[in-house]
Write a protein that binds this ligand. Sequence first.
Ligand SMILES: [Zn+2]
Length: 224
Amino acid sequence: MNDLSSVLVEHKIIGDQIVEVARRLYARNMLAAADGNISVRINEHMVLITPSGVSKAFIKAEDLALITLDHQVLYGKASSERMMHLEVYKHCPLARAVVHAHPTTAIAWSVAQPELTKLPAECLSEVILACGDIPFVPYARPGTPAMGSHLIPFLPQHRALILSRHGALSWGESLDEAWRGMERIEHSAEILWKAQQLGGLTSLPGEEVAALREMRRSLGEKLL
Ligand SMILES: [Zn+2]
């Protein structure tokens, strides 16, 4: 099988998986209008990515675009936010998939409390165990190279990130891992928001947080 035909076979299988994740994001209210994008690195040179300017809830596998890691568009109308995806693949050799969405509660935290450097999640053992810290990446003006470059200090050590006043991004060694990261970000942000409404955030004791962080280290780097 030559290189192009193997790419097309991969495109169909992975394309269907990307479409499925897009629908899940839409169903979870993490996408409005043409927001968000999903990509999968299908080999060491090429990335399949969702198209720009369309609702991701209604895309089909054949609407996806193919780009190279050095930023050439091979076919399709690749997402205008592809620089974020390419920076992840460049700085995270293990990355196979990137999910970017606009989860409302996670974004709201960055708007209401811009002084925070990470989601205040040390009161939740699941967050520490599943992904460690969820940092806030500083604001970047849409469509500028800063969208990609602002991610760099957080890579590869973070796989689940909130993009201040914009959205969230997660990456993984599989599309399933990247999806789980996005779901974890918004679920954690919702719990913390509700806790704050109910009387305020409390923390676990310092030694418990330290023990959980040690468990996280022993579990490895994948998002759980
Ligand atoms: Zn976005």
